[in-house]
Structure formats: C-alpha cells, structure tokens
Design a protein around this ligand. Sequence first.
Ligand code: ATP
Length: 261
Amino acid sequence: MNAIEIENLTVWFGAGPDRAEAVRGAALSIPRGASFGLVGESGSGKSTILRAIAGLIPTWSGRIAVEGDALQGARRDRAFHRAVQMVFQDPYASLHPRHTVDRMLSEVLWLHGFRDIDARIERLLSDVGLGRGFRFRYPHQLSGGQRQRVAIARALAPEPRILLLDEPTSALDVSVQAEILNLLSDLRTERGLTYLMVSHDLGVVGHLCQTTAVMRTGEIVEILDVETMRRLQPRHPYTRQLLEASIGLNLGARGAPAPAV
Ligand SMILES: Nc1ncnc2c1ncn2[C@@H]1O[C@H](COP(=O)(O)OP(=O)(O)OP(=O)(O)O)[C@@H](O)[C@H]1O
C-alpha cells in the first residue's frame, strides 16, 4: 500500500468568475518509506498540494488517499494527525512566541495521549540534536536552525509515519541548511518515515528525495528519479531549464552537460 496516492487532483481558490485553479489534474504516488520531492517555480502549486493533503484547503476535487484511506474535503481526524505531520518553511512563524519548548512539546504529546511526557521530551530533543538545556527556552532564545529543530521535534512527537515538509530549509542561513537536511535524512532512515517535500531548490530535493515531480503553472510536467536528475537527462524541456539554472550549466541537446558560456 502506498503512503500517499493522488489522482486527478485539482485545487482552486475563489468561486464563480473569481475561481482560480492553483493545481490541475495532478497525479503521484509515494510508496511507504520513500522520499518524494515537489519542485517548481514560485506559484506553481507545490505548497497547495501539500496543504490540500493536510486539510488546510477545502476546495479540491480528485482523489487523495493516505495509507489507503481516501480523504474528504478539509476534515482530518485524530488518526490522520497522528500519522501525518507537517513542517513549515518558517520556524519563526510556526512556533508560539510565548511558549517554551517544553510547553510546545508537552501539549502535542498530551493531545496524542502520551503520558510519559518527561522522558519523551528528553528523547525528542536528543533525536533532533538539541540538549536538555534547550527545554525551557523560548523561541526568541534560539537560532533559526534550532527553531527548525524544535519544529521537527514537535512534528515527530505523535510518532507520525509521514512528514509533509514545506520548504523546510529555505528560511535558514545557507550554513545551517545542510545540517537540517542531514538531520531530516537521518531521521527518515532511523524511523522509516515517508517524506513529501516541497522546494524550489533542485539541489535540496536531489539531496533528500529519491523521486521528484516537477510542477509548472499548476501542472506536474514530469516525474523523475534522482538518478535521471543526476545524469542530467530529464525528458521535459522545463525540467532541463530548472536543472540548468540550478547547476549553472548549459545542457546539450541530449542532456550531456556542456560548460556554461
Ligand atoms: N489562499 C489562497 N487564496 C488564493 N490564491 C492562492 C491561495 N494560496 C495560494 N494561492 C495561489 O495558488 C497558486 C499556487 O500557490 P502555491 O503557494 O501552491 O505555489 P508554490 O509553488 O508553493 O510557490 P511558493 O514556492 O512561492 O510557495 C498561486 O498562484 C497562488 O497565488
């Protein structure tokens, strides 16, 4: 059974003459334990797909199934939130400014029925590379990378099987982006997690994802595996353009890399 299956997904905003389709006819499937990337330029619909899965957008048609269960509208039950968690781009905005790390993690753990909260908080902090010293800090007492680690710990608290990652490193300094990507990669291996990650950066996706869907103006134009990406042999001209932009090369007609002029 696939972790996530999407068929003929159309997502729109507004109604009547104001209706605008942000995603049109998208299809993808992500096996359990796989890491799948969604790339494309700004406004191409990447986050909209993630948000529709998460239940943050009610206006969609088609089929979204998580672990075999078809989702309806924007209603998601407790079981969904236990299985699927989301990490947002901006840890500054996603953490409550007046809550300590301890409170943020305790609340999620309590909500999901865990009662050995003390031990779990210590384990979560250590799993994301933060020591006990961080437990009673407020977000403003943390660096951007540390905040994103807290956001990841909070997402892991319910012991999810699937993480939806919306540009998880793009708000961070370049120097900490790789640290967070490595952390995410290690966590996936250790916990057998499935990732669906949005990024505008092919380098980031190539680092973390085995398979990538390329989006342009609301449509998936190509789904390619990491090997095809590394060999610089995409089928679609738009993917070629993205690859060229990301590595600063001019790809020859058959995809052979030629030096940029
Ligand atoms: N709440 C909303 N109401 C109306 N239109 C929206 C809303 N959210 C997104 N859109 C529109 O949907 C389209 C896709 O947006 P989306 O955020 O999915 O793009 P994206 O590929 O994730 O881009 P970015 O990398 O900039 O986040 C855009 O044209 C955007 O303006």
